[in-house]
Ligand binder design. Structure first.
Ligand SMILES: Cc1cc2nc3c(=O)[nH]c(=O)nc-3n(C[C@H](O)[C@H](O)[C@H](O)COP(=O)(O)OP(=O)(O)OC[C@H]3O[C@@H](n4cnc5c(N)ncnc54)[C@H](O)[C@@H]3O)c2cc1C
Length: 290
């Protein structure tokens, strides 16, 4: 389906910055609910033919990720510390974000993950807290996401898995020779090996081709589109993925006045105080549009 090209003067309901795994899911839900959405992404929109099996480019050079020399990620423990570049952290820099080059393991949380604070108690110096929702609240959404994205897995094979309302939409990926050895050895030890759920198609699904087992998985884009790429799921007539040459910088007015880098001005957005709405209000908004 073709996507619209909104004019700069067109009003839209939502502007999302970053078409990664999270942005991709949010934009799909909003556009499917009838909202007009523009996504600004600093990286390119890559097609299947843009990917290759170039190990140097994708594992040693920033072929699909941020270049730490140009876009370093900084880190600090407290607000008082100076922010220092941390070279080890990389992220996918294109429409699809990390979901283009990630390993695509696709796990659900355990039931206990949602109330670990109650289970294990306080950890001094942390904000360790229970989630305000339970696994049961989230289960229908896990199922919806698994069917939307096409997750391959074997329901019931993991004896410790939380309850699920439906099996995986696709059978698991075949176990390879090293996996067979691992399975035998771990079974002998009394453990419970099973095929991991992955966001990779074991069979053709909803117009996407199945995995051809090329072995180029983590760090690579998938030319079969068998690996999920969040922001590319189901293009809609109400959303536009707009790749940019430069990252968007959200500045306050006083920073904006001080900004002396004209090449970035084109993508400066004035930061207004966010209009915060509660989860209940946002659910109501989405329902109104359906
Ligand atoms: C090598 C690797 C393997 C991984 N394997 C797995 C796995 O097997 N299973 C799993 O669940 N997770 C895995 N992950 C983690 C997973 O990829 C991330 O948790 C996920 O992509 C995060 O989603 P996000 O939307 O928060 O950010 P991202 O997916 O990183 O998306 C952020 C997007 O925003 C864009 N952006 C950022 N700043 C700006 C700006 N200023 N202006 C415009 N655009 C901007 C970026 O270019 C990017 O496209 C892996 C990660 C890596 C690096």
């Amino acid at each position: 389906m073709s996507t619209p090209r909104f004019k700069l003067s067109d009003p839209v309901d939502f502007l999302i910055i970053g078409a990664g795994a999270a942005g991709g899911v949010v934009v799909k839900e909003l556009s499917r609910s009838g909202f007009n959405v523009v996504v600004l992404e600093q990286g390119p929109y890559l097609r299947e033919t843009d990917y290759s099996h170039d190990e140097i480019r994708y594992t040693f050079q920033p072929g699909l990720t941020n270049d730490p020399k140009i876009q370093p990620i900084t880190y600090r423990k407290t607000a008082a510390d100076p922010a220092k570049p941390l070279k080890a952290i990389e992220y996918g820099r294109q429409v699809g974000g990390g979901s283009v080059h990630f390993t695509a393991n696709y796990w659900r949380f355990h039931e206990s993950d949602f109330h670990e604070r109650s289970l294990y108690g306080d950890i001094p110096g942390t904000g360790f807290a229970d989630w305000p929702i339970t696994y049961a609240d989230l289960e229908p959404y896990y199922t919806e996401a698994e069917y939307d994205l096409g997750i391959s897995g074997l329901a019931g094979a993991n004896p410790f898995e939380a309850p699920r309302s439906k099996p995986y939409p696709l059978p698991p990926m075949p176990v390879k020779s090293s996996g067979v050895l691992f399975e035998r050895a771990t079974k002998k030890l009394g453990l419970h090996p099973y095929p991991a759920p992955v966001a990779i198609l074991s069979q053709p699904y909803r117009g996407r081709g199945a995995c051809m087992h090329c072995g180029f998985w983590e760090s690579f884009g998938c030319e079969m589109l068998a690996k999920v790429q969040h922001a590319r799921q189901r293009d809609s007539s109400r959303r536009e993925n707009r790749p940019l040459r430069n990252p968007v910088r959200l500045l306050r007015q006083k920073d904006r006045d001080r900004c002396a880098r004209p090449r970035h001005r084109r993508h400066l957005l004035r930061a207004k105080p966010p209009r915060s709405i509660s989860a209940r209000q946002s659910n109501r908004l989405v329902r109104q549009r359906r």
